[in-house]
Write a protein of this length. Structure first.
Length: 294
């Protein structure tokens, strides 16, 4: 009988390359927020997939930040480096047909002492096969990758092959988590992240990345959860955008977040959300610590 395999698999890459989408597809449930805006993921999020003889513990990391030198981005980059030092296998996610300066900066961080799988995402966008093969040759020369696996995270294409490849490189270990566990995040953390995702999705380019959510109160009564949250923004003009005309935008944010929470928590949720201006919070070390971003 074969031994059980278990290990930590880091998902790294530049911002907005599809890391959180890939994590959610691999786990089979939404545990990491996604949006078209860069810097969506700020925390180290673990997603767990358990099969008969293997447990994958995926670690979604923030995209490595090169454009903003705030205390928050320094903390996010620190998380990326720590994750790379702790995991058994590393997946570098890049976009098919693109190898940017930011991608190469992440490549410079890759550890030389463990397997690194190049995961080429969005292959459904690569229509010209000859051009794609030429690009793949260039990408494979950027680092001595252990394996290269093309996928489409959005369409869940070739993920079985990716899992099979990862499994061959995991060590023999007992499982780290229970077979029904899918994440190490608490419901409180997930609630805050789901609200922040809706802010990004519904406010679009009008709102910069400097948005945070605090959970002021989280109460459980049977299968009902009563959640009181605050959206923190940097300026009064951002507050007006998040609230929207007649409060319509904030109502939509709250409604969509509540519906996602009810699916995730398998129960009813009463959600109350406020918006507060706190200028410069992304450079406030004490504030970052309270948000778990130190």
């Amino acid at each position: 009988m074969s031994e059980f395999k278990c290990g930590l698999v880091a998902i790294v890459g530049r911002p907005n390359v599809g890391k959180s989408t890939l994590l959610n597809k691999l786990v089979g449930q939404k545990i990491s927020i996604t949006s078209k805006k860069a810097q969506t993921t700020r925390h180290r999020v673990m997603g767990i997939r358990t099969e008969d003889d293997v447990q994958f513990v995926f670690v979604d990391t923030p995209g490595f930040q090169t454009r903003h030198s705030t205390a928050m981005n320094r903390a996010m980059n620190k998380r990326v480096r720590e994750t790379l030092a702790d995991t058994d296998v590393v997946m570098l996610l890049v976009e098919a047909g693109r190898l940017t300066r930011e991608d190469r900066q992440v490549i410079d961080l890759l550890p030389a002492d463990r397997p690194v799988i190049l995961v080429v995402n969005k292959i459904d966008h690569a229509k010209d096969k000859a051009a794609f093969m030429a690009w793949l040759k260039e990408a494979s020369a950027a680092y001595p990758f252990t394996e290269i696996v093309p996928v489409s995270a959005k369409n869940a294409h070739n993920l079985d092959e990716l899992l099979k490849t990862l499994k061959t490189h995991l060590p023999e270990n007992p499982p780290l988590f229970g077979e029904d566990d899918i994440t190490d995040q608490t419901e409180r953390q997930l609630a805050a992240e789901l609200i922040r995702e809706k802010v990004f999705r519904l406010c679009g380019e009008e709102i910069p990345y400097a948005v945070a959510v605090t959970i002021d109160k989280f109460e459980e009564a049977g299968r009902l959860r009563r959640i009181f949250a605050t959206i923190l923004v940097d300026r009064d003009s951002h507050k007006a955008i998040v609230i929207g005309k007649g409060g319509e935008k904030l109502k939509a944010i709250s409604t969509q977040a509540r519906l996602d929470m009810e699916r995730a928590f398998d129960g009813k949720v009463y959600l109350e959300v406020w918006v507060k201006v706190k200028g410069g919070w992304a450079d406030d070390v004490r504030m970052l610590k309270s948000l778990g971003l130190d």
